[in-house]
Write a protein that binds this ligand. Structure first.
Ligand SMILES: [Zn+2]
Length: 381
């Protein structure tokens, strides 16, 4: 994540870069700001700049080996802690590292995600997340190891409000961290933090987004006119997460299920598709029909984009991303086949066929069609 990927916050970005240039990087910092202000992406951009091999005056390069790993949140010296739902008493299972794949996906899909967004992505249902003693011990052991690569070892703890008293085992490592270690807490509510911990950190206040900055972002991202963008920015009080929700561009259930379906059948992950089928089975017949109709619509858009009709598309956000990525694989050869199998799916669902079987067949067919499209794409590459 580069600074330039983050909405507004110009003077804070400058201030953060300044501390790095001056060599005044405090080893334990608290990024404190309201929801939707961008404090988590800012913490990541800051750590990325610190580790970048050829940073410019005002941003990381985005392409060096360190930046490339930071972009995907897979750098071996970048660690995250965040609230999770603990199950049982097994230390191995109740640490954030186990949930890193889900966290990465959720963050990369929306760097402004809220605690509730994450809990939903994490499948928490109604349970509360926390950062447990298991995680705290894991942090101590991770940070105790020498860095894998040159530069700073970084631990970003998102929402330390969910750290219980167990957090006190971290006091020593926060106060006397191993050399070249950076500990960033990213919090929303100072009054809920363990005072023993927050008193040992340097405070970095992340303000609400300025209305003009958020409005400019909404204008370009959602193709709004200036006046509409300004009023949404005002109504959301500078909260980027809320503004997007107001614009109705949260990923809908159909969007999510269909994209998952295409990705799973593209990669051929047989076991994951069974989980997907179970989720889809719970939608009921009307929901299942809607999902298939939606899929037909997006497949048509993929096909249109392939032929340069992108301007005709009325897509935004996650849908546009998806269509852009998938359009190379929706070809003249397979588009009518896709049309047929999705329409057959609708036909059978309407006639009360077993939904699990219908979606199972659909997955097999889709996998077959995508596999041959992949072959063609590779041969042409
Ligand atoms: Zn770089």
């Amino acid at each position: 994540m580069k600074f330039s990927d983050i909405i507004g916050q110009q003077s804070l970005k400058q201030q953060l870069i300044h501390t790095i240039k001056e060599g005044r990087v405090s080893h334990a910092q608290l990024f404190l700001g309201p929801e939707g202000s961008g404090k988590l992406p800012l913490a990541i951009a800051y750590a990325q700049y610190l580790n970048c091999k050829s940073p410019s005056e005002d941003d990381s390069c985005g392409i060096c080996s360190s930046c490339q790993k930071y972009n995907k949140l897979i750098h071996p010296d970048l660690h995250f802690s965040f609230p999770i739902v603990n199950k049982g008493n097994d230390a191995e299972k109740n640490i954030c590292a186990v949930h890193m794949k889900d966290f990465r996906e959720a963050f990369l899909a929306d760097p402004y995600m809220s605690y509730n967004d994450w809990m939903q992505a994490h499948g928490a249902e109604n349970k509360q997340g926390n950062i447990s003693k298991f995680e705290c011990y894991d942090i101590i052991s991770k940070l105790g190891l020498a860095p894998f690569e040159a530069g700073f070892k970084v631990l970003i703890m998102w929402l330390p409000e969910h750290l219980r008293d167990a957090g006190n085992v971290l006091l020593k490592i926060i106060e006397e961290p191993p050399q070249n270690t950076l500990f960033i807490l990213v919090a929303e509510r100072q009054e809920m933090l363990l005072s023993t911990i927050s008193s040992r950190t340097q405070l970095v206040k992340v303000p609400r987004l300025q209305i003009d900055d958020l409005a400019a972002h909404l204008e370009s991202q959602f193709e709004l006119d200036a006046k509409a963008a300004h009023s949404v920015a005002m109504l959301s009080e500078g909260n980027a997460r809320l503004a997007r929700e107001m614009l109705g561009h949260e990923v809908s259930i159909n969007e999510q299920l269909f994209m998952d379906f295409m990705r799973l059948t593209f990669t051929g992950k047989g076991s994951d598709i069974l989980t997907w089928i179970e989720k889809t089975n719970e939608l009921g017949r009307e929901g299942q029909k809607n999902l298939l109709q939606y899929g037909l619509h997006i497949l048509r858009e993929c096909f249109l984009m392939r032929f340069g009709s992108a301007k005709l598309l009325r897509l935004k956000g996650a849908e546009l991303d998806f269509v852009t990525k998938f359009s190379p694989f929706i070809t003249e050869q397979n588009v009518s086949e896709f049309n047929r199998i999705f329409n057959e799916g609708i036909y059978y669902i309407e006639r009360n066929a077993n939904a699990r079987l219908v979606f199972h067949n659909l997955a097999n067919e889709s996998e077959r069609l995508l596999a041959s499209a992949k072959k063609v794409a590779t041969a042409n590459a």
